[in-house]
Design a protein around this ligand. Structure first.
Ligand code: URA
Ligand code: SF4
Length: 221
């Protein structure tokens, strides 16, 4: 059995020293991601901003505060989910990540996704949405899940967009509150397909987790 937590830590270690694209030249700290390797929900944002780059942690600025509030609507905190980004290093002046940067960074995200094996992948913003919903418009597809065998893809507005446009707040909250329903649907589909089992839960030691299992802290040196 592979030690999923150890593999996740190994990915984070690679990200921290990665030089596969030019964003490595301007970053302060790379931001591999944060959360529970056993999470049912994987959030994928765009890329680190000012505060994330300083702290090495995802969604710690204003958008992150808002994300915490949304998670609280579900009775969750960020240690119970997994949060990462399409690019792990901050684009200068928060410009959009470029196609070659997204491509260079893609193997990290793919590996994280396969290790976590989430029931739902929530995309926050255009660039993570484009991975799973190429060509679609967020105003048309937000809050509409797309199912495949093992997972649902669920596009949401980016928290920063909602903060800029408060009239979206109610919609965002309603979309968010539907996450548990979508997860239930995936569970049913996995069971019906006979592939209900997720990879066994593990703690950092590879032993079954204790109930007070701490999240894998990926971003601290
Ligand atoms: N916005 C993002 O898309 N990701 C972060 O980590 C922070 C803000
Ligand atoms: Fe490496 Fe991704 Fe950072 Fe580019 S953005 S340097 S590919 S970790």
């Amino acid at each position: 059995m592979i030690d999923r937590a150890a593999e996740m830590t190994a990915i984070a270690d690679q990200v921290l020293i990665c030089q596969k694209c030019d964003l490595s030249k301007t970053r302060t700290k790379a931001v591999p991601g944060y959360g529970d390797i056993n999470a049912e929900i994987l959030f994928i944002g765009e890329g680190p901003g000012f505060h994330e780059d300083k702290q090495g942690l995802p969604f710690v600025g204003r958008s992150g505060e808002y994300l915490d509030k949304l998670l609280a609507l579900l009775g969750l905190n960020r240690s119970q989910v997994f949060i990462t980004n399409v690019v792990k290093c901050r684009p200068p002046e928060n410009r959009d990540p470029m196609p070659d940067e997204i491509l260079a960074c893609k193997p990290y995200l793919e590996k994280q996704q396969s290790l976590i094996d989430p029931l739902i992948i929530v995309t926050l913003g255009r660039f993570s949405m484009a991975r799973y919903f190429p060509g679609d418009k967020i105003t048309q597809i937000h809050g509409k899940p797309k199912f495949d065998d093992r997972v649902a893809y669920y596009p949401l507005f980016h928290p920063a967009a909602v903060l800029r446009n408060p009239s979206l707040q109610e919609t965002m909250a309603q979309d968010f509150k539907r996450i548990p329903q979508v997860i239930e649907e995936v569970r049913k589909r996995r069971e019906a397909a006979g592939n209900g089992g997720r990879a066994p839960k593990q703690s950092a030691t590879g032993e079954p987790p204790k109930t007070d299992d701490k999240p894998t802290q990926l971003s601290m040196f």
